[in-house]
Design a protein around this ligand. Structure first.
Ligand SMILES: NC(=O)c1ccc[n+]([C@@H]2O[C@H](COP(=O)([O-])OP(=O)(O)OC[C@H]3O[C@@H](n4cnc5c(N)ncnc54)[C@H](OP(=O)(O)O)[C@@H]3O)[C@@H](O)[C@H]2O)c1
Length: 244
């Protein structure tokens, strides 16, 4: 990676986005991290900008500000995301709307705003954090989350075609369980009295066999270090214990 690479990371206040932001700063990249809780970004050393990605206009403004502060943009890592439990039968429509607003529409708004800068860079990259749920439905109680991640896969494929001739590479990274992130503290049930997605025992078992956050972050960094002309289109990664 060019040590002066200019990178925007969403979801930079926690988990995968925060660890990626931290590692990029350590490597000398120029980084803007965005999230609603900017106070959690500051310790990474990145420039922190407040953003709720469900506000598409604000996404455009924040991307413009980030590009102005960094003197352009070479890469965007879309790590903002959330999950809410519930089958179609028992789910909560407000949860469905929130998941689509963050995981899909928010990601689209960031990509749209960033594209002109990435094209101008001459070697732009977009990394979209998808999920193993981007190609399967692990549980009928996670259908809508899986639907949002299937959408992220479709968007990544479309963007690759859209931007291929302009030198912008697009990678979807699809992890299994990654340890030490806040997403695992999401509610277990859509509403009181409705079936839970998982028991605490299920959650403990998944955590015990999950992929380390540092190892997963290394993979994201390695994609950002690839020379222009080399493209990882989709990367699926799990711990060996969760391999299918
Ligand atoms: N950890 C896993 O096992 C795993 C597995 C597969 C896929 N993933 C995917 O990896 C990505 C990162 O997840 P994580 O595990 O690192 O989760 P996390 O620790 O919960 O972090 C989620 C990030 O998303 C941000 N975010 C949520 N809603 C937002 C909003 N409305 N506007 C702006 N930012 C928002 C949060 O920031 P604020 O709350 O401060 O705004 C936070 O920084 C997600 O797309 C997730 O689906 C995770």
């Amino acid at each position: 990676m060019d040590s002066q690479q200019r990178v925007l990371v969403t979801g930079a206040s926690s988990g995968i986005g925060r660890a990626t932001t931290q590692r990029l700063v350590e490597q000398g990249a120029k980084v803007v991290g965005v999230a609603r809780r900017t106070e959690k970004i500051l310790a990474t050393g990145a420039l922190a900008l407040r953003l709720d990605v469900t506000d598409s206009d604000a996404c455009g403004q924040v991307v413009d500000t980030a590009a102005r502060e960094l003197g352009g943009l070479d890469a965007v890592v879309n790590a903002a995301g959330l999950t809410r439990p519930g089958s179609v039968r028992h789910g909560n429509p407000a949860d469905w709307a929130e998941m689509f607003a963050v995981n899909v529409t928010g990601l689209l708004a960031i990509c749209q705003a960033a594209i002109p800068y990435l094209v101008r860079s001459g070697h732009g990259q977009i990394i979209n954090i998808s999920s193993m749920s981007g190609h399967r439905v692990l549980s009928p109680r996670n259908t809508v989350y899986a639907a949002t991640k299937h959408a992220v896969e479709a968007i990544s494929k479309g963007l690759r075609k859209e931007l291929r001739d302009e030198g912008v590479r697009v990678t979807s990274v699809a992890p299994g369980y990654v340890r030490d992130t806040e997403i695992h503290h999401s509610p277990a049930s859509p509403r009181p009295g409705f079936p839970a997605v998982s028991t605490q025992a299920d959650r403990d078992a998944a955590a015990a066999t999950g992929l380390g956050l540092a190892e997963f972050t290394d993979l994201i960094i390695s994609i950002l270090q690839l020379p222009a002309g080399v493209q990882v289109q989709r990367l699926e990664v799990t711990s060996d214990l969760q391999a299918e």
